[in-house]
Design a protein around this ligand. Structure first.
Ligand SMILES: [Zn+2]
Ligand SMILES: [Zn+2]
Length: 554
């Protein structure tokens, strides 16, 4: 058992990366989970893979101790893995009305799954074993977003979730700064804060400014058909567009499956409001003059099958673009998507239509805090210990520097990585080993089903090769008795391999020797070797070979 009054935090995703956010908090016998996100594989990184979700081996092994899953908000990187996880750990899920409605939507595609969903409101408190969790309203690019104040006998932790500070938000959805300040006064042991925009100086733009820019564009292009591509989940943006449609007497057509789904869902629970009579089916556009039409579509990321991309490629039967069309891309490319978005913009220019995107006008505002907003939260919460999360390593590092520039102590800041277990008590914070963690893939053939794994293995072998690690370990002390030896095929030309393999071996040895306690559970050692070597090879040669570890006990 771990020290009394120690909170253990386990990172299953969302650190060292932007995507698949998930962490678990453990105090005594009780475990709670925060978020359960997925990542979409971008570009050519993972052929044939549709979705990447966290490895939850540790949670499955300890599922009897899990008291609940708490959802910060309904973005895919926070809820996308739920259908692939909840069947194995079966715990109640707490979240805002919109987040739960979006989860419900997902679960509909998995009729066998049963999940207990419990709606919470800002400032509600939920007791889960030794934990009590308070939900705090924050402003973000989706309604129903929460920060959380989590109390247990070890102390209080504040987790920001994704947030920005918008002094003129839509629907009065303010970040509850008053509550952050009160908690700061009570004494916060640990802050975990998102880091997405730590590279950006100053303050993020208000969502209302986007509305004003869109209004100007609607006035300027008053005779044209207007198309707006945006994120389906940004209900504030959608609300502003619907209000403009009303103001400028335009009918609205939605296109794109997620756009239709999310707007229906948000409408049903009252998160967006509009007059249903103003809606038309996309098939009926030709019955109306150009100046009476607004089309809201998906495709702001240049996704190949989206309505916008197909229109740009002249591949969308219902709509042909021309000089009387104004196209607004009300989003910014997610890193990795720039090329696809630029391709679409280039194609759109070929149609002689008017094109407005983020480089030309303020048609998008980020939902994530810039530096001055991050500083304000540090200032109000005044944490003793701090961990930057929701960012790649460079974001975490810059966020650490930011905290130190505000007087926080270096020894009180930890940059967690996937699989890390962090122990924190009033006396200190430290890394305390690892748990199995990493990526699991969902492909077109399903998840965890054996045939799909065979196909995946073949793909991995053909694309990235294989590395076999042979390692002798003392079964009592856990010390290395022989090796590691690494045999590889299809991974790298043999004349370059020698130095790389030498370095890889040393990385494995260092990792095993750096464990605070020698590990004699060899399944954990195997997982560690796989993770360490996998990360090393990806860093060095951008490949993800299949890694097999053979441990010889002696
Ligand atoms: Zn988000
Ligand atoms: Zn996020």
């Amino acid at each position: 058992m771990h020290g009394k009054n120690t909170l253990r935090i386990m990172f299953l995703g969302g650190v060292g990366e932007i995507g698949k956010n998930m962490m678990a908090l453990e105090y005594g016998r009780d475990i709670i989970i925060i978020d359960c996100g997925a990542t979409f594989p971008y570009g050519d990184d993972m052929p044939g893979i549709d979705l990447v979700v966290p490895d939850i081996t540790y949670l499955v092994q300890n599922k009897d101790r899990i008291r609940g899953m708490l959802i910060t908000h309904g973005h895919e990187d926070h809820i996308g893995a739920i259908p692939y996880v909840i069947g194995d750990i079966n715990c109640p899920i707490y979240g805002s009305r919109l987040a739960l409605a979006l989860i419900q939507n997902k679960l509909k595609e998995f009729p066998k799954l049963k999940a207990k969903l419990i709606t919470v409101k800002p400032r509600d408190i939920v007791n889960l074993g030794a934990f009590s969790v308070e939900f705090i309203n924050v402003c973000h690019s989706i309604a129903g977003s929460f920060a959380m104040a989590i109390k247990c006998p070890a102390g209080m932790m504040v987790h920001t979730g994704d947030f920005k500070i918008d002094y003129t938000p839509i629907n009065n959805d303010y970040t509850d700064l008053e509550r952050f300040a009160e908690l700061g006064k009570q004494g916060v042991m640990l802050l975990t804060s998102e880091s997405t925009n730590v590279e950006r100086e100053g303050h993020s733009m208000s969502e209302r400014k986007v509305g004003a820019t869109l209004d100007e564009l609607f006035a300027k292009y008053s005779d044209d058909r207007i198309f707006v591509a945006t994120f389906a989940s940004n209900v504030y943006r959608l609300q502003q567009l619907l209000d403009l449609a009303e103001k400028y007497h335009r009918k609205v057509a939605f296109t794109g499956r997620s756009m239709v789904n999310v707007t229906e869902t948000a409408y049903k629970i009252g998160e967006i409001k509009f007059n249903r009579d103003n809606f038309i089916d996309i098939d009926r556009l030709n019955n109306f003059p150009d100046k009476e039409i607004l089309v809201i579509s998906t495709g702001s990321q240049g996704e190949p099958m989206s309505a916008l991309t197909r229109m740009a490629n002249d591949d969308f039967q219902k709509i042909k673009l021309g000089e009387h069309d104004c196209i607004i891309i009300s989003a910014s490319p997610i890193p990795g998507n720039e090329k696809m978005v630029n391709n679409v913009i280039n194609r759109l220019y070929e149609h002689n239509c008017h094109i407005i995107y983020n480089d030309l006008a303020d048609v998008h505002a980020s939902g994530h805090a810039y530096r001055e907003e991050l500083k304000l939260i540090h200032n109000l919460v005044k944490p003793k210990f701090f961990m930057p999360v929701h960012g790649e390593f460079r974001h975490q590092k810059l966020h650490k520097d930011l905290a130190m520039s505000m007087g926080e102590q270096e020894r009180n800041i930890v940059l967690p990585q996937i699989g890390d277990v962090i122990e924190v008590s009033r006396n200190g914070i430290k890394k305390a080993g690892t748990i199995p963690a990493g990526q699991r893939y969902v492909d077109g053939l399903g998840y965890g089903d054996p045939e799909s794994i065979v196909l995946r293995d073949r793909k991995q072998l053909s694309e990235d090769g294989v590395a076999v690690v042979v390692l002798g370990l003392n079964s009592v002390t856990g010390e290395i008795t022989s090796g590691p030896d690494i045999i590889s095929r299809g991974l790298i030309y043999s004349n370059e391999a020698e130095d790389l393999i030498k370095e890889a071996k040393q990385t494995i040895v260092d990792s095993i020797n750096s464990q605070p306690e020698k590990q004699t559970d060899f399944s954990i050692v195997k997982n560690d070797v796989k993770r360490v070597l996998g990360n090393f090879l990806y860093r060095k040669i951008k490949r993800r070979p299949m890694i097999l570890t053979i441990v010889i006990e002696n």
